[in-house]
Structures are given as C-alpha cells and as structure tokens.
Design a protein around this ligand. Structure first.
Ligand code: GLU
Length: 284
C-alpha cells in the first residue's frame, strides 16, 4: 500500500500556503525569511525534476498591510481593493526571491467561473501544462478582485484541491496554522488525539468536520476535509501540516510522520464539476 515512504517519488506537487504562514503574527507584515525559505525549497523540488505549483494566499493580508489599514477589511469592495494591491506586491516579492535561484514563476488567478466554463477550464489546463513543460512554477490564487459571491471559492484549501485535480497532481500539501487533524479541539480537550493517517474519509470523519468546533477550528477543518475529498478522489495523496516551520515540506517529502496524511482513492467516476457548486447568477 502506498504511503509516506513513496512521497519522495511524487512527480507533480501542489503546495498551499495560508496568509497566516506568510505574515508575522504580531505585525501582519510579510515574513520575508520564511518566503525566502519556501521559494528555495520549491525551486529545489523543481530542480529534482518535479512539477510544482504554489497556491499562495496573502493578497488581502498583504494589501491591508501595504495600505496601512488597522483591521482586516470586512466590506467586499474593500477586500477586493486590498487584494488588487496585495496580489501585485506578493508577486513582486515572489519574483524577486525566485530570481535569486534562477527560477521563473508565473501567476494564475482563477475564479469558479474558470472551472465551470469548459473553454476557460481547458485553457487553464493547457496553460498549466505549457508552464510545466517550460519549467516554470505557477503561483495560483483566487482572483479576489473580481469574484462575486456566486463565483468565489472563498478559501484556498478548496481552490488548491481543485487545481490538484485539474492538473492531475499526485500530491497536495496544505500548510496551515494547525498541526493536522485531531479527534477533538486540543486547546479545549486534553484528551484530543492526533490523527496521523486517514485511509478513507468516512461518515464519522465527515460529521466531525461539519461541526468544526469539535476539531481544531482556526484553519476551518470542514473546508480541509472537503478539500481532501476532492484531492484523494482525483487520485492524489494529501497532507495537512503546520506551516510554521517551512522546512516541514522537506520532512514530508522524506517520508517523516508530519501532519495528517490522507490516502489517495482514485474514483473512476471522478468529475471535477461535481465538487463545484454555484449559486444561480443574478444581475440584481
Ligand atoms: N485568496 C485570499 C487571499 O489571497 C485568501 C483565501 C484563503 O486564505 O483561503 O487573500
């Protein structure tokens, strides 16, 4: 049975990093040394001959900080303006860091519409393939500036699982501010047990996740479980791990027991569109 010892042989890897892992907790400013280490590790994976995609959050967080706003914006239009400012700045930093290692990155911004529309989806797929062929590392985010409620993924856990399925990746690593999956919230229940291996997402796990307050809540465990369903159903293994120490990526690839490992279960009838819901679009 394939497991952690086979992770080193993965050929196409999607790594998702959350805003909290890219910024300093105290100030909200960009954590440059962490981004620098992330970029070095991704370039090394690429140098090993693997195809690598980074799904990076942080547009709104970096935009907020750049604009000197005190609080994270709550109004949609304010969030979109922050994302417009922050996404450009984020990419500027990534470009600069990747250039140090002679690695070319690219930016791909998506909405649900990109996935629902057959032509857009095929175009995105072709672009990814061409970038892999060229040795480029695509950096993906939701196109927060133009999303509406009807077409937003809302969280990059889901987006990264959808990208994993779209490009037929064989591994998704979700780096978050939590260690992985517990049977209960370890901050409230000292008896909570860490789950390091999930062979199959069964009804029990599903219903535990739905009440995410009973699992570690901060990273939104429900979205992570639904991301795991998409990724594992498409045929990829998935790992949720704590992105506080970015070298954890190397440890994971070396097969060390870090984070929670969800085993792939390729579903022969897997259809990406089954996992993308949209509310009826209205012009009102
Ligand atoms: N797309 C959002 C951003 O870049 C983040 C979404 C998420 O954190 O899941 O700010």
């Amino acid at each position: 049975m394939a497991g952690r010892e086979d992770l080193k042989d993965k050929k196409r890897i999607v790594i998702k990093i959350g805003s909290s892992s890219l910024t300093h907790q105290e100030t909200g400013r960009i954590n440059l040394s962490k981004m620098e280490r992330l970029v070095r590790i991704l370039t090394d994976l690429r140098n090993e001959g693997k195809d690598v995609i980074l799904v990076s959050s942080g547009a709104i967080a970096v935009g907020k900080e750049t604009l000197g706003l005190q609080n994270r914006p709550t109004e949609k239009v304010e969030k979109q303006a922050c994302a417009a400012v922050g996404q450009a700045r984020l990419m500027m930093v990534y470009q600069k860091l990747f250039a140090e290692y002679n690695q070319v990155p690219a930016q791909i911004l998506m909405t649900k519409y990109t996935m629902i529309n057959d032509i857009s989806r095929e175009n995105a797929q072709n672009t990814f393939q061409e970038l892999f062929r060229m040795g480029v590392i695509p950096i993906v985010n939701e196109n927060d500036t133009v999303t509406t409620d009807e077409i937003e993924f809302g969280d990059n856990d889901t987006l990264s699982a959808i990208v994993t399925a779209l490009v037929n990746a064989d591994l998704l690593i979700l780096l978050s501010d939590i260690d992985g999956l517990y049977t209960d919230d370890p901050r409230q229940n000292a008896e909570a047990v860490f789950i390091d291996f999930v062979e199959r997402i069964d009804d029990r796990l599903d219903s535990m996740a739905k009440d995410s307050s009973t699992l570690v809540g901060t990273g939104g465990m429900a979205t992570k479980i639904s991301a795991a369903k998409i990724a594992t159903g498409s045929g990829a293994d998935m790992i949720i791990a704590n992105g506080e120490e970015i070298n954890i990526i190397n440890a994971i690839m070396a097969g060390e027991k870090k984070g929670t490992f969800f085993q792939a279960h390729r579903n022969e009838n897997f259809k990406l569109l089954d996992y993308i819901s949209t509310r009826q679009y209205s012009n009102k």
